[in-house]
Each structure stands twice: as structure tokens, then as C-alpha cells.
Design a protein around this ligand. Structure first.
Ligand code: ZN
Length: 330
């Protein structure tokens, strides 16, 4: 039988039941965690807790009309948004806003759930941000993602981040260490994949290790505003980014580096992916303006869209290099 969300996330269900009871739900939550940790179930369960007509000890009954309609996505005050094709488009967020401008269909309480929130286009995300900044009425948003690294920092800063089973990463690191992979490398690999098999393959992959060394050399030059970083795109990075898979991997590494800069800026040293370079990153970090650190992550994330419109990968990286160099200078 399928595990219930109370079994899967006992601490979080208890926590949210209390928040609902005390009418202390925030305007926006970001549920982050690997697939199978119950993000979607938890969001629906909280919605049930809000609307249930016969709660028991603060928990929704799951049997009444309201609870059943929410389970079937058939409750007009609980609106769900999913990617259409590969992305969540700005029109979908506009639709959501229009829905919320109307007062609640059956009450004044409204909840919305955004699946795969990392798939929002930049314009959709900006549109959502404006909405989150001026919440109208009694609204709570649940953004769900299994790739929190790909969520714009500006979104994260406006949501309460709830991590589901954050132990997964630590468990994977521990397992990799028992297979003879050093702690720092294991930590980086666990940020790149949830799969133990893939992590071990990457560890032994010569091209990947060379790319890793080259990316770091390139990023170090970017941080020093060294012109060789620009040339390095063609000579150091492109040879290892010959197909979509390797290009994705390269961008993933650059996302993690720019994200590490931001994490260190916020004092979240324990979440850094490149622990092996955290000393160097920290030294540079002191001089980087916060705004520049945020723009850097957003620029790397937005390369996805540039690739979709067929700009050459090398041109994208070169433009990115110039931008990063300028944003990272105080
Ligand atoms: Zn109920």
C-alpha cells in the first residue's frame, strides 16, 4: 500500500497542522526535495487541513467532501499549475493571478500549488514574484521542486524553504565515502546527481575530471577578472562540451559555483558544493557585491532559454564570462 504523508513526513505534517490551526500559514513555501519525498502529497494535505470540515486533532479527515475534492484536484479554491511542455509560461502565472483577483469561489481562502517550479521561465518567475510581493487576500503558495539549485535566488528569498528529506544528500555522501571517494569530491558528486551509480561513474570518468579542473581554472580567472577566462571558453571548456549532455553538465557545474558564492555570502557554508575550494571562494567572496552574486546565478540559469533559441553554446559561454567578470567586481 502507498505510504501516507503522515508516515512519510511525520514531523512536517505535525508542523503544518499546527500552523493551519493557529492560522499562521505563510504566503509562500518552497518545498524542495528529491522525487518520492512527498512534496505534492504534503501540499495537498495542507490544503485539506485548511478546508476539511471535520478535522480530528488538527489533522484532515481525508473522507469529507472537501478532503475528497482536493485529493481529486476538483476544489476551485485550490489551484494547481504544471509545466506545459517544457516550461511554466508567463500566461499560466497570469491566469493564476486572475483567479486570485476574483475573491475565493467558495470562501476567501485560496491556495495554489506550482509543480516543477524550476521550470518557470524568467518572465513567469518575475510575474510570480510581483504577485508574492503584494499578496492579495488570504493566499498561500506552494512551490514544489526537486532541483532547488535551478530556482532563482530572488524566488527563494521570498519563500519559506522547506526541505524534505535533506538527509538524502548526506546519506549519498556517506555511501560514496565508503566506496573510497574522498569527502569533498563525494559532496560535489552528490550535488550533481541523486544516483549512486552515476556519481561513481563520474568519479572515474577522465573527461569529467579534466572538465572539473578546467572549470575551476576558468572560474578562478573570472573571479580575478582575468582576460584569459574569455579565451579559456574556447580552449578549456568547449572541448568538453561537445553534446547536449556534456553541455548540461558544464552548466550544472557553473550553476553550483555561482550558487556557492551566494551561499557563502549568506553564511551558509555547510551547503556549499565545492567544499574543496571554499577557502578560495570565501576570499574572493568578501569583495563581491551581493547584487552581482545574485545576477550571476540568474544569468547562468537563463542560459537554458538562450540555448532553446539556438544561440551557439560558445557564444553563450563567452557572453556569460564577460558578464560574470563585471558583476563580480566591486
Ligand atoms: Zn475532511
Amino acid at each position: 500500500m502507498e505510504q501516507s504523508i503522515i508516515e512519510l513526513q511525520p514531523r512536517l505534517t505535525k508542523h503544518f497542522a499546527k500552523l493551519v490551526d493557529n492560522k499562521k500559514l505563510a504566503h509562500a513555501y518552497l518545498f524542495s526535495g528529491p522525487r518520492g519525498t512527498g512534496k505534492n502529497k504534503l501540499a495537498h494535505w495542507v490544503a485539506q487541513a485548511v478546508f476539511c470540515k471535520q478535522k480530528q486533532n488538527g489533522y484532515p479527515c481525508l473522507k469529507c467532501n472537501e478532503c475528497r475534492r482536493i485529493a481529486q484536484n476538483n476544489q476551485p479554491d485550490v489551484v494547481e499549475i504544471k509545466p506545459e511542455g517544457n516550461s511554466i509560461k508567463v500566461d499560466q502565472i497570469r491566469y493564476l493571478k486572475a483567479e486570485f483577483v476574483k475573491s475565493g469561489v467558495e470562501s476567501n481562502r485560496k491556495l495554489f500549488i506550482i509543480q516543477n517550479a524550476e521550470k518557470m521561465t524568467i518572465s513567469a518567475a518575475n510575474s510570480l514574484l510581483k504577485f508574492l510581493e503584494e499578496p492579495s487576500g488570504d493566499v498561500t503558495a506552494f512551490l514544489l521542486t526537486d532541483s532547488v539549485n535551478q530556482i532563482l535566488p530572488t524566488i527563494i528569498s521570498r519563500c519559506q524553504l522547506v526541505e524534505l528529506s535533506s538527509l538524502t544528500l548526506k546519506k549519498l555522501v556517506a555511501t560514496l565515502e565508503t566506496k573510497g571517494i574522498g569527502a569533498d569530491k563525494a559532496n560535489l558528486l552528490a550535488h550533481l546527481t541523486n544516483s549512486q551509480k552515476e556519481a561513481r561513474e563520474l568519479d572515474g570518468d577522465e573527461d569529467f575530471n579534466k572538465l572539473l579542473a578546467n572549470v575551476w581554472e576558468w572560474f578562478n580567472q573570472v573571479l580575478r577578472n582575468d582576460w584569459r577566462a574569455f579565451v579559456g571558453v574556447q580552449t578549456k571548456l568547449m572541448p568538453y562540451a561537445t553534446d547536449k549532455t556534456s553541455q548540461d553538465r558544464l552548466l550544472q557545474l557553473i550553476v553550483l559555483l555561482t550558487r556557492d558564492i551566494l551561499l557563502l555570502k549568506y553564511g551558509k557554508n555547510e551547503d556549499v558544493a565545492f567544499i574543496m575550494y571554499s577557502k578560495e571562494l570565501n576570499e574572493k567572496n568578501l569583495k563581491i557585491p551581493e547584487n552581482g552574486a545574485i545576477r550571476a546565478v540568474e544569468a547562468v540559469l537563463s542560459t537554458k532559454q538562450q540555448r532553446a533559441v539556438n544561440v551557439s553554446f560558445q557564444s553563450i559561454l563567452e557572453a556569460l564570462t564577460l558578464n560574470l567578470c563585471s558583476w563580480y567586481q566591486a
